[in-house]
Ligand binder design. Structure first.
Ligand code: NAP
Length: 327
């Protein structure tokens, strides 16, 4: 008998051919989230969960006694209680690499949009105020020669750095583990402790995962260290930034602007972020290109099928399950 799988939202079917061939798929063909009650009902007999933007916690796993794999549609997996999964010997997988370029492109779009005031300019034209060129109208901030500080220099952080280099920017970065100095020099991307990075950067871009350690990594104290008139970009996870402190920094002029794809209490947006003219806001669309969304569907399906076929998938988040299984 084919294993049973639940796909919790409508991802591109182009990437799911093999999944439909090999599994009995309950495909929730909608962008609407399943209610908690419905989820509990539909996971009762499943072997695999293809998890698209849903919180997968201990309680949900309690309702799925046969579950062997949670294949997350995304590289960030803060929506999953990995400890609870590991306790149950459930493998958790994610989608690294395939999301990198699209997310870096969106990050750079936000950098350009906020520094060149593109959304603001668009709003002015749409307000039907007569258009008149003016030498001091919508004056922006040039990137060439400026310093981009990248917090979290992993796959996406480095992809953003490559784009920044093409724009003639200086790049510095912070993460817990500095790279070898020779690598930094060969790429002209230099490690700085967080405090130094905040002081030196004209634009700070965040690319760390959301964990207990990175929750509110950037708050009032960190904003107070930033250059007056600098910018912040967040395409990682909302709770990495204390949003109240962010609003204060934007209103006080410490920050000249913010480009945000993620928010502290998604889908709720802080009302003052919506009021400010110096913010550019997008609704968590970092990976939203058709190429990437198909590649993510394919990867989640491959990860899930591998586990159900007793193979080790490429992208395991909790490899310790394998040692638990061996003992
Ligand atoms: P990655 O390759 O794992 O890079 C993460 C980086 O963060 C590493 O450099 C890591 O270095 C650093 N880091 C981790 N914990 C840290 C800490 N406590 N303090 C400082 N640095 C820390 O991940 P990625 O593929 O680039 O993805 C990054 C995040 O982007 C994902 O976790 C996801 O939440 C987010 N994302 C968002 C979207 C979107 O739609 N907006 C799309 C894709 C990804 P060290 O371990 O050495 O510290």
């Amino acid at each position: 008998m084919k294993p049973k799988v639940l796909v919790t939202r409508n991802i591109p079917r182009d990437g799911l051919k093999e999944l439909f061939e090999k599994c009995q798929v309950d495909y929730h063909d909608s962008n609407e989230l399943l209610s908690t009650e419905e989820l509990f009902e539909r996971v009762k007999e499943i072997d695999g969960l293809l998890c698209v933007g849903i919180r997968t916690d201990d309680e949900l796993m309690n309702h799925a006694p046969r579950l062997k794999v949670i294949s997350n549609y995304g590289v960030g997996y803060d929506n999953i209680d990995v400890e609870a999964a590991t306790r149950r010997k459930i493998i958790v997988t994610n989608t690294p690499d395939v999301v990198t370029e699209a997310t870096a492109e969106l990050t750079f779009s936000l950098i350009l949009a906020v520094t060149r005031r593109i959304a603001e300019a668009d709003r002015i034209l749409r307000s039907k105020v007569p258009f008149r060129w003016g030498p001091m109208q919508l004056v922006g901030f040039e990137l060439v020669g400026k310093t981009l500080g990248i917090i979290g220099f992993g796959r996406i952080g480095q992809a953003v750095a490559r784009r920044a280099k093409a724009f003639g920017m200086n790049v510095i970065y912070y993460q817990r583990t500095p790279r070898d100095k020779s690598v930094d020099s060969s790429e002209s991307c230099y490690y700085r402790p967080l405090e130094a990075l905040l002081k030196e950067s004209d634009i700070v871009s965040i690319h760390v995962p959301l964990t207990k350690d990175t929750h509110h990594l950037i708050g009032e104290e960190q904003f107070s260290m930033m250059k007056k008139g600098s910018y912040i970009i967040n395409t990682a996870r909302g709770p990495v930034v204390d949003e109240e402190a962010l609003v204060k920094a934007l209103k006080s002029g410490i920050l000249a602007g913010a480009g945000l794809d993620v928010f502290e209490k998604e889908p709720h947006i802080h009302p003052e972020l919506l009021e400010l003219d110096n913010t550019v806001l997008t609704p968590h669309i970092g990976t939203s290109t058709i190429d990437t969304r198909i590649a993510m569907a394919k990867m989640t399906a491959e990860n899930l099928i591998a586990v159900l076929e007793g193979k080790r998938p490429a992208n395991v988040v909790n490899p310790e399950v394998y040692s638990l299984t061996e003992n």
